[in-house]
Design a protein around this ligand. Structure first.
Ligand SMILES: Cc1cc2nc3c(=O)[nH]c(=O)nc-3n(C[C@H](O)[C@H](O)[C@H](O)COP(=O)(O)OP(=O)(O)OC[C@H]3O[C@@H](n4cnc5c(N)ncnc54)[C@H](O)[C@@H]3O)c2cc1C
Length: 421
């Protein structure tokens, strides 16, 4: 063990950082305010079932996250890999065949059901241009970027993709980040556009095994232990909790951007970062869990849903072995009405007749992610204080607020810190 490092925040970014440090032989202490690891992607207990604070989906392009999960759970049982399909019966269906990228997208668009040939060719030409055009002006919104596309394509494909990937309405979402996500999914290898459904709860998928490995390597994981003070001197950073304080050689702050000021306001070197994140706005994501008769199942593990408020429905019977349990997800859910779960259940009637529900529960994460708008100030993992590093889904990188941006930032932050030891 080289020297003590504290990681504050046990979300996916903090767990990735702590794991990377522990594997490099550093004595790590991971502080998590909550009782459960995983932060905004964690397990919750509802109606006696192990569920998640929000249904998540991963992309085949999430190389860092997938590599971390595979390293900790080599049997690949935690994720269910599906070639990209977007089924929204009865109006639309798109499936990408196993051809080299981006031919698979072009073939998928040309074979899509529910579009005229004119729309298909327009979409294929536009997508080709997007994948090959190196610049998307920083100030443009997704609505502006997709202005030339037919209304039907925007309504059925590009705008729902934007809302799901960026958790931001197309009118305000960053065209550049949207273009980057499309390129990551469709511009690299064929399997990058695969959809990966968790098969176990989100804490069990990565944060818990990562923490277990940290402990195995001699580190410490402190749950229900909120860091309340940070005192940054030239030779150490003192971390205070209600149980006392301890000095560490370095600290990685892996809290969500909205919680950074509460920790770092007294550290002048972090002022530029705090100034940047103070301008962020946040968007909710709502997940409704509806338990139907256990004999009920959807024809496929997930479907897209038309006309809001929910964009997707997931069959957790198929993915998690929870028969009859559906998760309906509404992203960028700013204007949800009180009866949104009824409305989502009515959307479901378009594709299936599951009968009366046995129970329904919903979770609205009000600040699920920052709104991914043009020209956001996203900081580096290094700060102006040589002993303080940052990690989290808001760190500068190729993705919007996602599991991949969280794990990438965690690993990058730990590596930047290791260079200083
Ligand atoms: C409902 C929902 C659905 C989503 N769907 C998807 C999806 O399908 N695909 C996808 O890729 N991404 C999705 N996301 C986004 C993804 O979950 C986040 O981008 C990611 O989890 C952020 O991880 P993080 O580690 O950066 O931050 P966080 O998860 O916020 O972790 C920060 C941690 O710090 C802890 N903390 C805060 N203050 C303190 C303190 N003072 N002391 C100690 N600990 C502290 C918090 O308790 C928390 O555990 C979704 C998010 C939500 C909420």
């Amino acid at each position: 063990m080289k020297s003590g490092v504290a990681v504050v925040g046990g979300g996916w970014a903090g767990c990735a950082a702590a794991l990377t440090l522990a594997e490099a032989g550093v004595a790590v202490t991971l502080f998590e305010a909550g009782r459960t690891l995983g932060g905004r992607a964690r397990a919750v207990e509802l109606e006696g079932q192990r569920l998640d604070n929000g249904q998540h989906i991963l992309l085949g392009a999430y190389e860092q996250t997938l590599q971390l999960i595979a390293r900790l759970q080599p049997t690949a049982e935690g994720l269910w890999r599906l070639p990209l399909t977007l089924d929204q019966p009865p109006e639309f269906s798109l499936a990408c065949p196993r051809l080299p990228a981006p031919l698979h997208l072009l073939a998928g668009l040309l074979g899509a059901q529910g579009l005229s040939w004119r729309d298909k060719l327009g979409a294929a030409r536009w997508a080709h241009g997007l994948l090959n055009n190196p610049d998307a002006a920083d100030h443009l919104s997704v609505s502006q970027l997709t202005r030339s596309q037919p209304e039907k394509l925007n309504r059925l494909l590009w705008h729902p993709l934007c809302v799901s990937a960026l958790n931001t309405p197309p009118e305000t979402a960053s065209a550049r980040v949207f273009r980057d996500v499309i390129r990551a999914a469709f511009g690299g290898r064929n399997h990058h556009s695969d959809l990966l459904l968790p098969r176990r709860d989100l804490t069990a998928l990565f944060p818990a095994p990562a923490a277990a490995r940290v402990v195995e390597l001699g580190g410490e994981v402190r749950l229900s232990c909120r860091v309340t003070t940070l005192d940054a001197a030239a030779d150490a950073v003192t971390v205070g909790t209600r149980d006392g304080s301890a000095a560490y050689s370095h600290v990685i702050l892996a809290v969500a951007p909205q919680h950074l000021a509460g920790l770092a306001a007294a550290i002048p070197q972090l002022e530029p970062v705090l100034h940047g994140v103070a301008a962020y706005a946040y968007q909710p994501i709502a997940t409704a869990y509806v338990q139907y008769d256990p004999s009920f199942r959807l024809h496929k593990p997930l479907f897209a849903l038309a006309n809001g408020p929910a964009q997707f429905v997931f069959d957790r019977g198929q993915s998690h072995g929870q028969p009859g349990l559906l998760a309906l997800v509404a992203s960028a859910a700013m204007n949800l009405s009180a009866d949104w779960v009824d409305q989502a259940a009515a959307q479901l009637q378009q594709i299936a007749r599951p009968g009366p529900p046995r129970w329904r529960r919903h979770i609205v994460e009000k600040q699920a992610t920052y709104a991914c708008v043009p020209n956001m100030a996203r900081p580096d993992v290094r700060t102006a204080h040589p002993r303080i590093f940052l990690a989290g889904d808001y760190i500068a990188g190729p993705y919007p607020a996602t599991l991949e941006s969280a794990t990438l930032s965690g690993v990058q932050s730990a590596r930047a810190l290791l260079e200083q030891l």
